[in-house]
Structures are given as C-alpha cells and as structure tokens.
Design a protein. Structure first.
Length: 316
C-alpha cells in the first residue's frame, strides 16, 4: 500500500512538472518579449531620429543656399545705378490691396534701410461710390507701413475704373507704370501674378499692364547704345530708355485654395522659395486693414486671420 501510494505520488509530481514546464512557443514569446521587442522599438526610434536629422539637414541646406529677402533684392538690382536700385514700386489695382496681400514683402523691405518704397494705385476703388474715402484710407495704411504720402501715386483714369466688369487696356496700365518709374527712379516693380491672387479682373489686368510695360522696356533695350553723333535730345531719350530697360518686375504668387487659407502653416512649402518674405508682425496686417474702415467687413476680417498673405509672400 505504501509502495502504491509512493508510486502514485511520484506520478502526480511528474504530471505537475510536465504541466508547469513551458512549451517551445511560450519560451519563444518570452524571449521576444524580453529581448526582441525592446530592441525593435529602440531601432525604430533611432531610425525616426536619423530621418528627422536628415530632413532638418536637407531643409537647412536648401534654405541656406538662398539669400535672405533683403540680400536677394540687393543682388538682383546691383547691376543698376545705386540710386535707382534703392527704389521699389508696388503696383496695385485698388486701395487695400497693399494691406491684404503685400504687407510681408513691404515690411521686410522697409526693414532694409537703403530701400525706399513707393505705391502706384491704378484706381481709387470707386465701385461703391467711396472713391474719395478710400483714397484717404490708402494714405493711412501706407503711413503705417512707413510709406510717405509723397511716395503714393493714385491714378484717376476713365479707362481704369474699379469693377469686375471693367476692361483695363494693358497699354493704359503700362503708361501709368512708366510715369511712376520716371517719377520715382524705380529699379524694381512688385505686382500681382497672372492669376491676381483672388482672380479679380482688375488684379489680372494690372499684371498684364506691367507685362506690357516690361515688353516695351525690352524692345527699347535693343536701341540702348548711344551713337557718337547723336544730338543732345536723342541722347537724353536713349538714356531714359536705358533706365527703363534696367527695371525688373516680380509677381506675387497665387497659390491653391488650400494653401491660401492655411495661414502660417504654408511656411513649410513656401520656405523652399528663394523669394519668400515672412512677416514677423502679423498684427500689422490687421492694423493696416483697420485703416481701410470702409472695406473691413466681416469676411475680410476672416481673410486676415486665415490667409497665408498675412504671414508670408512668395514672389516669382
């Protein structure tokens, strides 16, 4: 009886040991949990860190190979006379265009002490009969941007009336641009691109008017050399042609609807442009739009808050 009990007890102990002994799969999982998973997690984190470092180095290299906006402007206009290169002309269609779209560029150029800013506004925005009011608002806004009243030229032309149905002849725009370049001895022109940012017909016409002016300048450039036998009046005309032939123009980039309304988040794709101007004082845009009290309605307030043009400009 004792022997049977001893054998039964021995058999039960073997059964318990066999039951408690881990299987191969269990041992494998234990090993994975103890060694492999932590190692894999560490490798993944290391890879992510290296990827971030590589992207940061790539972005830094991309940005540092381009000059700052002030350096870019100086380099582009260095080939013209020192006096002419200091003068930058902004050509806009309506009062408030400078505040809604161009403040980052104007603000950064203003920070460069040797640059003088001038504004050519091709209409007084009289579509709602508020032309005289808007003229005064433009001067207030420009004053906030550090642009003197004497540096603001406002056009009253029957061919250039404010309104989406108005057809602005490129030749008429080019004529006023030429007059402003002569008046202010301008070296660089800033204006809208071919889409006009908001696709407003007057913005687009402003662009094509500047293009027409530049086309005229290029055609005059071929006649720039002064013949030795030229009369005094002919020589003066040729020198004027040389001045106009040296002018360069850039358009404010129109972006997709998504990029247009993501505000400061558009800085990432915009940073790769060599002509990216960033506004370090976005509240300045709000103050300039407040100067345009007759136009600062609720949807324009939302535009100022969400628009990328409050925070940055890219020129092309």
């Amino acid at each position: 009886e004792k022997r049977r009990r001893g054998e039964r007890g021995e058999e039960e102990r073997r059964r318990e040991e066999h039951t408690q002994k881990p299987t191969t799969n269990e041992r494998t999982m234990d090993w994975l949990g103890a060694v492999c998973w932590p190692s894999a997690w560490m490798l993944l984190n290391t890879a992510l860190v290296l990827l971030n470092l590589a992207l940061g180095a790539l972005m830094t290299a991309k940005l540092t190979q381009h000059p700052t906006p002030q350096q870019w402007v100086s380099q582009r206009i260095a080939r013209r006379s020192q006096e002419q290169s200091k003068n930058v002309l902004l050509v806009i269609a309506h009062p408030d265009d400078e505040a809604m779209f161009f403040v980052p560029t104007l603000h950064q150029l203003r920070a460069s002490e040797d640059k003088r800013l001038h504004v050519l506004c091709l209409s007084n925005g009289n579509y709602d009969g508020l032309g005289k009011v808007r003229e005064k608002e433009l001067l207030k806004s420009c004053a906030l941007l550090g642009i003197a009243t004497a540096c603001v030229r406002l056009v009253e032309d029957e061919q250039l009336q404010d309104g989406p149905s108005s057809d602005w002849p490129p030749a008429a725009v080019a004529r006023h641009v030429r007059d402003a370049v002569d008046q202010y001895n301008v070296g660089t022109i800033l204006t809208f691109d071919e889409r006009g940012v908001s696709h407003h017909p007057n913005h687009i016409a402003t662009h094509w008017g500047v293009v027409e002016y530049m086309r005229q300048c290029r055609s005059e450039e071929a006649d720039a050399p002064l013949p030795s036998s030229a009369s005094s009046s002919t020589a003066d005309a040729k020198k004027a042609s040389i001045v106009h032939a040296g002018v360069v123009a850039y358009g404010l980039e129109s972006t997709s609807l998504v990029r247009k309304y993501i505000g400061a988040l558009d800085l990432l794709p915009s940073a790769f442009s060599q002509r990216c101007f960033v506004c370090t004082r976005p509240l300045l845009v709000y103050r300039c739009m407040q100067a345009h009290a007759s136009q600062f309605v609720w949807y324009r307030k939302l535009f100022v808050v969400f628009s990328r043009y409050t925070f940055m400009n890219t020129l092309e």
